[in-house]
Design a protein around this ligand. Sequence first.
Ligand SMILES: Nc1ncnc2c1ncn2[C@@H]1O[C@H](COP(=O)(O)OP(=O)(O)OP(=O)(O)O)[C@@H](O)[C@H]1O
Ligand SMILES: [Mg+2]
Length: 337
Amino acid sequence: MKIAFVGKGGSGKTTLSALFIRHLAAAGRPVIAVDADINQHLGPALGLTDDQAAGLPSLGARLPEIKEYLRGDNPLIGSAEEMIKTTPPGRGSRLLRIVEENPVYAACARPIALDEGSVRLLATGAFTEEDLGVACYHSKVGAVELLLNHLIDGQDEYVVTDMTAGSDSFASGLFTRFDLTFLVAEPTRKGISVYRQYKEYARDFGVTLRVVGNKVQRPDDLAFLRREVGDDLLTTFGQSDWVRRLEQGAEPALSLLEPANRSTLEELKAAADAAFGLRDPRKYTAQAVHFHLRNAESWGNAKVGRDLAEQVDPEFVLGLDGATADRGTAGLGAARA
Ligand SMILES: Nc1ncnc2c1ncn2[C@@H]1O[C@H](COP(=O)(O)OP(=O)(O)OP(=O)(O)O)[C@@H](O)[C@H]1O
Ligand SMILES: [Mg+2]
């Protein structure tokens, strides 16, 4: 299950992503955590020191090798240079699974030992000025889109992505790559305006968006969210002393989280699990192709110097074609060589 946390800056995306990841790990579920936010905070939120977090490999910096691996023997993709962030997989492409060893994880993912169990963390790397909204091909989150488009994940395994709600995710198809998107909103007008904007973008693509109220303190807060968000409101997470203690440097056990907030995490998990029934591999693949063609036309063809529409394998549907599951054994470096 591919899950995203989006929302306004400071709304609690990282806090809730990290807690959700820990809750899933506690339930024994395999999890890949992805830090795709402008502010790279997920590592520390999962217990890494700042130095450890700063030493995480960056997906953005490894894109050429990732592309080289993923293209595999796909005859429609002549080289890694011809592959843009939206180039969809086809027959011969290498696909990723949540639970496996592969050269992409070996090079880019780091295991994080939690009390609840171990998860893998992937990080896009810190954003710089030139990443933001300028040129699509610079976009660091492009690596995440590429990985999600090549990932086959099952019902009880999760990718949880901490993401911004900013324009970067709408510059391509990233916002459509999730089975469920949690929009974290504080009970304020600004929190709600980000929700409205996201919903507007998402509507045409059938994105499943649920609002998670955060830092909800009083009945008035809940009433405000209900009034502004209506049925899109899934649940709320309260203002938490546990989170505050975490922020102060303590390492409180997940089992000590306020029971109401722990129940909220369980509600998120139930919603994620329920989203499985809504999956449509054909639609998912068709949307990947749609965004690829859009990117190809707007900048990809010019950048690469060929018609990238030819990269689309019309016979291929992600998740329905087991025959393409070539796991490959060559390392990323070897693939490049
Ligand atoms: N439910 C909560 N109770 C108490 N404090 C909270 C809660 N949720 C978040 N916070 C605090 O609010 C601040 C912002 O939270 P967080 O970093 O998770 O937000 P974010 O949306 O990821 O922000 P950014 O956009 O900067 O990445 C942090 O100091 C965090 O500890
Ligand atoms: Mg954050």
